[in-house]
Ligand binder design. Structure first.
Ligand code: SF4
Length: 418
């Protein structure tokens, strides 16, 4: 995989050594799963506490690419005004570092304008974030004289979804985007897909179920505009545009949810049009190849990690990070899970301040560590979270448990659970 120039402050010597050692160990082992992939966690035995570190976590290709381009752009453009369309990635530290270097955000993460486009000139630099952007914004920038593709950090895996949408559009399929309607990436994907074909967004299985009632004709077409307000492309004709469909996703959604939605809608089409496996393509496009590798790996690594019996899980990442919140969701279904954005949230041995994705606020939990030894902790982080933050959390736990084990000794003992 391509190597990126990411500021050293985001790197972690400990995590890098663990990842490298794990890669080397993997090469010596027999395949752990029928697919040949090993998603078991890495055991870090600190004595009074054990950490089971997910097999895959942290910066993905798209995030490293975006950071590399953004920091290089700052270096190469001294004296120029540099803007980011919105947060480059959903990590508060990275965004704060960019702000400190003088970068300004044009929009907030929900697309609300913070700095008007009218105040830009063609001398300004505008960086497109990893999520990509809409065709309308690209046009706006071009009209000002700012080339939208010059400092474009759009992840190639997001572009792959756009390309696949365009391909199925050419075959007259309507695109159904499984994503969060206000998320930057879903807005961008919706914009690119709807330039080629009717497009509609479903947020979850409930909305896929609601859409299915229009496919089968069980619900009257008049209700569609209200029920899916703001989620369908201009001119969408619900009686005509749901006869041939394909599902793509916001790359950071739960892969299993996208699969469920896709399987469900496929079944609806099979029944409605009396199709079979040989004829299904007449009405339903195969889009399985659009899932992002990092989302798949990080989520598979959490499933692998959850096979280990543990007392709690800690997930590190930005609170508005979609991919991180899905990792939290998977862990929380099995054991007490604490979503924190850095080590300062572990306030003391018995107190943690952590984010609740449902109430969208931080809670304080007392006695989060059980009184037994060793305490077993599962740990992972999102695709936009620097490894340095994960190391910070491990160091904080070492302080709390009064452990002074050097990293070199830990790496010697590095082993995976049976
Ligand atoms: S999670 Fe996947 S699609 Fe999103 S930035 Fe990372 S590699 Fe790209």
């Amino acid at each position: 995989m391509k190597q990126f120039n990411v500021p050293i402050i985001y790197r972690s010597p400990l995590i890098a050594a663990i990842k490298n050692k794990r890669k080397a160990l993997d090469k010596l082992k027999k395949p752990a799963t029928p697919s040949g992939r090993d998603f078991s966690p890495t055991l870090l035995d600190f004595g009074p506490f054990h950490i089971y570190l997910a097999r895959h976590f942290g910066f993905c290709y798209g995030v490293e690419n975006a950071i590399d381009i953004a920091f290089r752009t700052i270096e190469e453009n001294p004296g120029k005004r540099i803007f980011l369309l919105s947060e480059m990635i959903h990590n508060p530290q990275v965004n704060a570092d960019l702000l400190e270097k003088g970068v300004q955000f044009l929009q907030d993460t929900h697309g609300k304008q913070v700095i008007p486009f009218e105040s830009l000139t063609k001398e300004d630099v505008v960086i497109i974030p990893a999520f990509g952007t809409t065709l309308a914004i690209e046009k706006k920038l071009e009209e000002i004289g700012i080339p939208a593709n010059k400092y474009d950090t759009t992840c190639p895996f997001v572009e792959k979804v756009w390309n696949r949408s365009e391909q199925i559009a050419e075959k007259n399929y309507t695109v159904i985007v499984h994503g969060k309607p206000t998320h930057e990436e879903t807005r961008a994907t919706f914009s690119h897909a709807s330039a080629h074909t009717p497009t509609v967004i479903v947020n979850d299985m409930a909305e896929a179920g609601a859409l299915a009632l229009y496919i089968t004709g069980e619900k009257s077409a008049e209700l569609f505009e209200t029920e899916f307000a703001g989620k369908f492309s201009a001119g969408f004709d619900v009686t005509r545009d749901l006869e041939r469909i394909g599902v793509v996703n916001q790359t950071t959604m739960l892969a299993s949810h996208t699969q469920e939605i896709s399987d469900f809608l496929k079944l609806v089409m099979l029944k409605k049009y009396n199709l079979n496996d040989q004829t299904i393509e007449e009405r339903f496009a195969d889009t399985r190849d659009t899932l992002c590798y990092a989302t798949n790996d990080n989520q598979s690594a959490v499933y692998g990690m959850l096979e280990t019996e543990a007392d709690l899980a800690i997930v590190v990442g930005g609170y508005n990070s979609s991919n991180t919140s899905h990792l939290v969701e998977l862990c929380a279904a099995k054991l007490p899970t604490y979503f924190i954005n850095n080590e300062t949230k572990i306030i003391a041995a018995d107190t943690i301040q952590h984010y609740d994705c449902h109430t969208r606020s931080e809670n304080i939990t007392k006695h989060f560590l059980p009184g037994k030894k060793p305490v077993k902790i599962l740990m992972t982080s999102g695709a936009s979270c620097p490894d340095a933050l994960v190391e910070g959390v491990i160091e904080k736990l070492k302080t709390i448990f009064s452990v002074n084990k050097p990293v070199s000794e830990l790496l010697e003992q590095l082993n995976t659970p049976a």
